[in-house]
Design a protein around this ligand. Sequence first.
Ligand SMILES: *[C@@H]1O[C@H](CO)[C@@H](O)[C@H](O)[C@H]1NC(C)=O
Ligand SMILES: *[C@@H]1O[C@H](CO)[C@@H](O)[C@H](O)[C@H]1NC(C)=O
Ligand SMILES: *[C@@H]1O[C@H](CO)[C@@H](O)[C@H](O)[C@H]1NC(C)=O
Ligand SMILES: *[C@@H]1O[C@H](CO)[C@@H](O)[C@H](O)[C@H]1NC(C)=O
Ligand SMILES: *[C@@H]1O[C@H](CO)[C@@H](O)[C@H](O)[C@H]1NC(C)=O
Length: 350
Amino acid sequence: MSPSLHLFLLCHLSLFTSVTPGKVCGRPPLPDTIDQTGIQRVYEPGAEVFLACKRGYVPSAGSRKIICTSNGKWTNPTLKCEPKQCDVPGPLMNGKIHFTDISFQSVINFTCNEGYVLRGVNNSECLQNGTWSNALPFCEVVTCGLPEIPKYGKIIHHKKSKDNTTAFGDSVTYECLPPQALFGNEIGFCTANGNWTKAPECRFVTCPVPPGIENGFISFAVKREHSYKEKVKYGCKVDYILDGPVEIECQKTGQWSTMPVCRAPCRVDIERGRIFYNGQKIWIENLKPNKILHSEVVAVYCKNKEKACGYPVTSQCINGILRIPQCYEEPSGVQYNLNSKSLPSEIKMC
Ligand SMILES: *[C@@H]1O[C@H](CO)[C@@H](O)[C@H](O)[C@H]1NC(C)=O
Ligand SMILES: *[C@@H]1O[C@H](CO)[C@@H](O)[C@H](O)[C@H]1NC(C)=O
Ligand SMILES: *[C@@H]1O[C@H](CO)[C@@H](O)[C@H](O)[C@H]1NC(C)=O
Ligand SMILES: *[C@@H]1O[C@H](CO)[C@@H](O)[C@H](O)[C@H]1NC(C)=O
Ligand SMILES: *[C@@H]1O[C@H](CO)[C@@H](O)[C@H](O)[C@H]1NC(C)=O
């Protein structure tokens, strides 16, 4: 301690003891936001003190002046100090600024969206002069390099790539060179960790010698193994109907797609009677040959005995089977030959 300061302190002490108590003012009670530097411990009545806001705060209301009154009390300090405000930060492209307050001493944080990396400092503080401690950072997109080209495959870029780099979110389509088949994802993406999604594999696939089909044949094909996507056509024997696809294809799995089947024709199993077939009423002996094709429909005639009228009942040929409706009654040879006018097909219709 310097001698002069000693003297100064002693001086004060003597003042304290010699002057009548209650006539001087002590340190004024001041809020935190007011600058306390240079405030003395003791003031004479009538002394005026001009208050100032602390650094980082600005006066917002009230008077700067307080006076030490004759009874040793300070007039009420009315000065109000508010923290300095910094500018609203941002915007931060491809990122977010986290803040609740932008006044002196507030800290704001910066984060980048998925697929972006923060370049710069991830926070900033509002300083006493109303500026931010750190410059706004920026969010740089993650880059991925070029995706791996699968063996026997190729890549179709959805966007042109400059300098052999790609960026987060870029995508490509993979294709395999025929006859290879693609296993995995057809579409690839540059991910947020800077890697491409896993490339698919292109593999050679063969299907066995195409199988024969019952009552049918393979048309336009050599009996050999086939590779992926190759096709084989089928046909059916005369009067057989092809049910299913005409063509089968060698699939990725090494299996053929669903095979067709050949459906058999039917015999209309009545001896004597008239049927309705192909829009015509014909006697069974005139159906030559006695054969209808798979899925075709015929009608035979039954009799309603109470009303004494006839009515047609239909039946469909399903792969060689045609059920004759139960109501159908086969007439005797005599009735058929001599009294055909009385048959259910010839009397009035119900
Ligand atoms: C900023 O980050 C710090 C530390 O990670 C955290 O304590 C604070 O709450 C964050 N502030 C805001 C406004 O998100
Ligand atoms: C800011 O970066 C520091 C290290 O640089 C890290 O510890 C902290 O978690 C980061 N804060 C936020 C909010 O990201
Ligand atoms: C604000 O204060 C900071 C640190 O005290 C200083 O670096 C900066 O230059 C100041 N800005 C202005 C505009 O006064
Ligand atoms: C991109 O990569 C290919 C092969 O890896 C190379 O031949 C070409 O020079 C590269 N281009 C640039 C612009 O780097
Ligand atoms: C990216 O791929 C490389 C090579 O396959 C691997 O070593 C690395 O761990 C991957 N990075 C991430 C973040 O998955």
